[in-house]
Write a protein that binds this ligand. Structure first.
Ligand code: ATP
Ligand code: MG
Length: 476
């Protein structure tokens, strides 16, 4: 039996939503590319639901997605919201609230086409009104005013949205405790979406994070510090659909190897991977740079180190298929982020550096950090290696000037980079969980072995490593 009759068959029980309608925002403007974006979102959202122990099916309907709730698992209410962990529906909404590409979710009662439309597309009002009345009674609050909003997605359905809204509104007043309509500031909205294949009635829209599905906007490598800004910068790139990997430079590599779960940066990426899905974190000790500059007391040390960090990240990005770097710079926030320094840092590289926060004020950044759950982690005590390298940065620098210093102080620059990357520890994440912790050298050896076997007898095997396996993703 279809669960579309859940409402009408059990008159004493609460109305259980039998689906969740997902709205998709700007993705729907993608014209012929829309299917590619939608398919990726179906894949990402299904993986997130599975990770939360939910195996409900996602179905595209017009420019929305619909999660179908099997009757035996329907346990929430139409008023369910993210954060309600006790029901499956609540957990589903919590999970979807973190998926880039989803603009909003709304638990709905779906009524099949034959239950509310005649064959010539006339609405059989009594069949649409019956569940609406039950829902209206269930959520009735004395004194509150309401509105009915109809979205007639299929233009063949007879009657204008306004006519249908008026008729349904009248019915709610005549047959329930609701007394007054308020078009401008209603205390409660009844949403009725009408498609030829079904009507979807709901009372609540929950906001999503918006943006685009991860995997539709390329691949970036984000430089992550222990501070507030760079996690927010990374989140903004994830939200715009980028596969995002991370690199962090540390003065304390031992702590990470001994207790990865305790490490602040690992916990930060674990939190970001709730949005990103799969991600890898490269933790690089700053020791090789320090050793190379031993004995030099240049006042440009911090600027040299920042160029060194971006150069290492560039190597990782190039080898792993990343097209750009991401940093948390905000113009003028600190001495190392003046326009001159931002430009001289960019000039050291072949790859572009993206700075999603360049025009943000600190309080805007803090606001987002709180919203995405990184703020409390950011303010935990942590010794960023930049602070250990030099207290103050010069506010002015040019590329030529820094290049000259590098030629003089770091004659074996490429070797210092290679040794630093070889000393790295790599942590792989998936949807808020640590998958594995490996040494970069072991990881590269494994990848080279896989490539060697790929060149040999196993070449016909279709499950071989990608060319980027040594640093980007491990092909399992
Ligand atoms: P944040 O809050 O992100 O630490 P900040 O205002 O403290 O930013 P800086 O310390 O000057 O600024 O760092 C600027 C950017 O350089 C950071 O946003 C980050 O992208 C990168 N960065 C700084 N320290 C590190 C590090 N230890 N490892 C990797 N990237 C770093
Ligand atoms: Mg910092």
């Amino acid at each position: 039996m279809s669960n579309d009759t859940t409402c009408t068959n059990r008159p004493d029980s609460v109305v259980r939503p039998n689906c969740v309608v997902i709205s998709l925002g700007e993705m729907t403007l993608k014209g012929r590319n829309y299917n590619r974006f939608r398919n990726r979102l179906v894949k990402n959202a299904s993986a997130v639901l599975r990770a939360h122990g939910i195996s409900w099916r996602l179905k595209p309907i017009y420019n929305r997605l619909v999660v179908e709730i099997p009757e035996s698992e329907a346990d929430g209410t139409l008023d369910a919201a993210p954060g309600e962990e006790k029901t499956r529906l609540g957990r589903c909404l919590t999970a979807l609230a973190r998926v880039p590409g989803i603009v909003g979710t709304s638990p709905r009662l779906r009524i099949r086409q034959h239950q509310f439309l005649t064959s010539d597309k006339q609405i059989r009002y009594e069949l649409l009104e019956e569940p609406l009345i039950r829902i209206a009674q269930e959520v009735h609050e004395p004194g509150l005013e309401f509105v009915v909003r109809v979205n007639r997605a299929d233009r063949w359905i007879k009657g204008t949205s306004q006519q249908i809204e008026r008729r349904l509104g009248r019915t709610v007043i005549e047959r329930t405790g609701w007394e007054k309509v308020n078009l401008k500031k209603p205390g409660r909205t009844f949403y009725v979406d009408l498609h030829t294949e079904g009507a979807y009635i709901g009372v609540r829209k929950n906001p999503g994070i918006g943006g685009l599905p991860v995997g539709t906007s390329g691949h970036v490598m984000s430089l992550l510090s222990g501070g507030i800004d760079s996690p927010v910068a990374s989140f903004l790139m994830i939200k715009r659909g980028c596969r995002t990997d991370f690199v962090h430079f540390t003065a304390d590599p031992v702590n990470l190897r001994m207790q990865p779960e305790e490490n602040k940066i690992v916990r930060m990426v674990r939190q970001l991977s709730e949005y990103a899905g799969e991600a890898s974190l490269w933790v690089i000790p700053e020791t090789q740079f320090d050793l190379a500059l031993l004995g030099s007391d240049t006042p440009y040390k911090l600027l040299l180190f920042r160029r060194f960090m971006t150069r290492c990240a560039e190597r990782l990005a190039q080898r792993g298929g990343g097209a750009a770097l991401v940093v948390g710079d905000s113009l003028g926030q600190v001495a190392s982020q003046t326009l001159e320094n931002v430009i001289s840092n960019s000039s050291a590289l072949d790859i572009p550096i993206l700075r999603p926060l360049i025009g943000y004020d600190k309080d805007e950044i803090v606001h987002t950090a709180r919203r995405i759950g990184t703020y409390d982690l950011s303010i935990e005590a942590y010794k960023d290696c930049c602070a250990m390298i030099a207290r103050k940065a010069r506010t002015r620098s040019t590329h030529a000037q820094l290049q000259e210093l590098e030629d003089e102080l770091l004659p074996n620059y490429e070797e210092v980079i290679a040794r630093s990357i070889a000393d790295a520890t790599v942590v792989d994440f998936e949807l808020g969980k640590i998958k594995q912790v490996t040494d970069a050298s072991a990881r590269n050896r494994d990848a080279e072995d896989e490539e060697a076997s790929e060149d040999g007898e196993g070449a016909a095997d279709t499950t071989v490593a990608t060319p980027h396996a040594p640093i980007g993703r491990r092909t399992q």
